[in-house]
Design a protein around this ligand. Structure first.
Ligand SMILES: NC(=O)c1ccc[n+]([C@@H]2O[C@H](COP(=O)([O-])OP(=O)(O)OC[C@H]3O[C@@H](n4cnc5c(N)ncnc54)[C@H](OP(=O)(O)O)[C@@H]3O)[C@@H](O)[C@H]2O)c1
Length: 261
């Protein structure tokens, strides 16, 4: 699919993608590379999945434009640490894609403890806010910077059992996207979000049974689960000033019609 993208859309642009070692983030990073970007890919806690999802078949001109970093974003100070690593490679960031995140586990609302609250929200909210805040000056340097956050269908639909902290965190990201968009617009920075539906990545291999996924696919108007590649185009669109210069504060749903406003 990445071969279908405009090869120069992000030429000379420096793009940061978190959680890019696998799944949606890997597909997004590959799509930016296909469009000529220089990509700083935060792979995840390790680079274990990079050779499976991010780099297979990448031509040498694309790997030459790819830098891979790692870091556990659930740890205190991790957003700031990752920002420092990114800035040590250059003081300008044209596009920041906040994608790293997960449900952490299915935790029933009645069983939520302070510790679990922190485990989910430190990763899905705190690190995103910290990384973004630390990179705002670099996005300002870009003059027409763009931030694309990753929300979820569960932000609006509530998610399935055991996802209250995660769904709440994604709801935060959707609202925060709008607030931030208003605040940083004078700096020429646009802020939007992609809200994936049920996308077949390791996320659902971990948290959903095959039976549940079959039933979900059957109920989706397009009659299938999404793929990581299905999401990539929305990120490119929102990040591109050629395509979306007048789009800010929006959350785009990519879900095969699973949820319609
Ligand atoms: N799949 C879906 O149906 C779906 C739907 C809506 C929203 N989303 C969102 O889309 C984003 C990508 O999810 P995905 O489906 O691609 O899942 P995935 O395949 O599990 O990938 C998640 C990415 O986030 C990283 N990550 C998780 N915990 C981390 C931590 N503590 N520190 C640093 N990095 C961490 C992972 O790195 P590791 O390799 O270290 O785990 C991985 O790179 C997430 O924000 C997710 O909430 C997914």
């Amino acid at each position: 699919m990445t071969n279908g993208f405009a090869p120069d859309l992000f030429a000379d642009k420096r793009v940061v993608v978190t959680g890019a070692g696998r799944g949606i983030g890997a597909a997004v990073a590959r799509a930016f590379l296909a469009c000529g970007a220089t990509v700083v890919a935060h792979a995840g806690r390790t680079d274990e999945y990079v050779s499976r999802d991010l780099t297979p078949g990448l031509a040498s001109d694309r790997t030459a434009r790819l830098t891979i970093l790692t870091g556990d974003l659930a740890r205190p100070g991790s957003g700031q640490k990752l920002a420092a690593d990114i800035l040590s490679g250059g003081e300008r960031v044209d596009v920041l894609v906040n994608n790293a995140g997960t449900m952490v586990g299915r935790i029933m609302a009645a069983d939520v403890t302070d510790e679990e609250y922190s485990r989910v929200l430190d990763l899905d909210i705190r690190s995103v806010v910290a990384l973004t805040t630390a990179l705002l000056p670099a996005l300002k340097v870009a003059k027409d910077g763009a931030i694309v956050n990753t929300s979820s269908i569960s932000a609006r639909a509530g998610g399935s059992a055991g996802s209250s902290l995660y769904s709440g965190a994604k709801g935060f990201l959707s609202s925060w996207t709008r607030s931030l968009a208003r605040e940083v617009a004078p700096d020429g920075i646009r802020v939007n979000a992609v809200s994936p539906g049920t996308i077949m990545t390791d996320f659902h291999r971990r948290y959903s049974s095959e039976e549940k996924l079959r039933a979900t696919a059957e109920a989706i108007p397009l009659k299938r689960l999404g793929t990581a590649e299905d999401c990539a185009g929305a990120y490119l669109f929102l990040a591109s000033n050629a395509l979306a210069a007048y789009v800010t504060g929006q959350v785009i749903e990519v879900n095969g019609g699973q949820l319609m406003p």
